[in-house]
Design a protein around this ligand. Structure first.
Ligand code: AVJ
Length: 321
């Protein structure tokens, strides 16, 4: 007890203990994104099999002018999980060519990413005012209220796909309640496609996604002094057509026990037992539309790439929703 009081446990400790004690075992996917994991994710976005990032960027490039037209004048773009703002730059540039005033509020938990986002947008040389916001969405979306003017809230990259349908609706609804009638939402969703293409995107031939997945265990070893043997787990990516999602697991290659001394926990694994680390939902246009409707938005336009692999939805905040 004394030792436990002396050590400051990371904020995710309880969740990890709960997840590893449950049946089936789970770990929260937010644990992916420490410095190592964020760098690995950047690498994933450049993999030939991971079509999502490049496809969404292609839609933005091809349709930025059209989007800018639908947005009217003097828009403040607020990007949730902005990262380094690579994708948004396209839209910001189109907006600034058309509009008198464009402001950009990138929101992220990573200060380093926000710094890069600011530099990138400022280097466009278009006098876009950049105001980075450091925020963690688990604290809610109240910060949106303090951002002035007409807002376009962008939530790109199919990040919404990590939430199961009820949680996605409640999160989009929470954002909605912080917005005013003339504000808008730009949502990126990955779409259902062939199983082979989906599985390849989450189980790439270079093993980067495997490394990304296993980094959760490496992180628990680093931060909780756990003793996961990374060689004794394998990366598994499965398409679940019934729930319309990719499921990512770490599967134990043998019977083993793992110690997590800071959590006072010893976890037993049977051979082939899995830890569920992530879901990535894939939508049909209708399900995405339905999700937006149920969270208080009215869809005004959906843009696709030439193969219909990915969709960008622009929606209004329903008056009185
Ligand atoms: C960042 C949640 C959009 O689900 O495609 C990539 C994360 N996981 N490869 C996704 C991820 C494995 C990614 N999102």
């Amino acid at each position: 007890m004394i030792a436990r009081e002396l050590v400051t446990l990371p904020s995710y400790a309880e969740e990890v203990a709960g997840g590893l004690a449950s049946q089936p075992k789970t770990l929260p996917c937010k644990l992916f994104y420490d410095a190592t994991g964020s760098a690995l994710f950047e690498e994933i976005t450049r993999l030939p099999e991971y079509y999502l990032t490049r496809t969404e960027l292609e839609i933005l490039r091809q349709r930025a002018d059209e989007m800018a037209c639908s947005l009217g004048t003097d828009v403040t773009v607020v990007e949730l999980g902005a990262g380094t703002a690579v994708k948004t730059c396209t839209l910001l540039e189109s907006l600034s060519r058309r509009q008198i005033r464009v402001q950009y509020f990138p929101v992220d938990i990573s200060r380093a990413a926000l710094h890069q986002a600011k530099e990138r947008v400022e280097s466009l040389g278009r006098q876009i005012l950049v105001r980075p916001v450091v925020a963690d969405f688990s604290d809610g979306f109240e910060f949106l209220r303090s951002i002035p003017d007409k807002k376009l809230v962008a939530y790109l990259g199919s990040s919404i796909g990590n939430f199961d349908p009820p949680a996605a609706v409640s999160m989009l609804g929470e954002i909605n309640r912080q917005l005013a009638a003339q504000d808008m939402l730009l949502l990126g969703t990955d779409l259902v496609k062939s199983k082979s293409m989906l599985v390849a995107a989450y189980d790439d031939s270079q093993g980067v996604t495997e490394q990304f997945n296993k980094n959760i265990l490496a992180r628990l070893n680093r931060e909780l002094f756990a003793d996961f043997d990374l060689e004794s787990f394998r990366h598994v990516a499965i398409w679940n057509p019934r729930r319309s999602r990719m499921e990512i697991y770490l599967e134990s290659l043998r019977t083993q026990t793992v110690d997590l001394p800071l959590l006072r926990l010893r976890v037993a694994f049977a051979k082939s037992e899995r830890i569920h680390t992530e879901n990535s939902y894939k939508y049909m246009v209708e399900t995405a539309k339905c999700m937006l409707g149920r969270s208080g938005y009215r869809l005004t336009h959906t843009w696709f790439d030439q193969h219909n692999w990915f969709a960008l939805h622009l929606a209004n905040v329903e008056a009185g929703a």
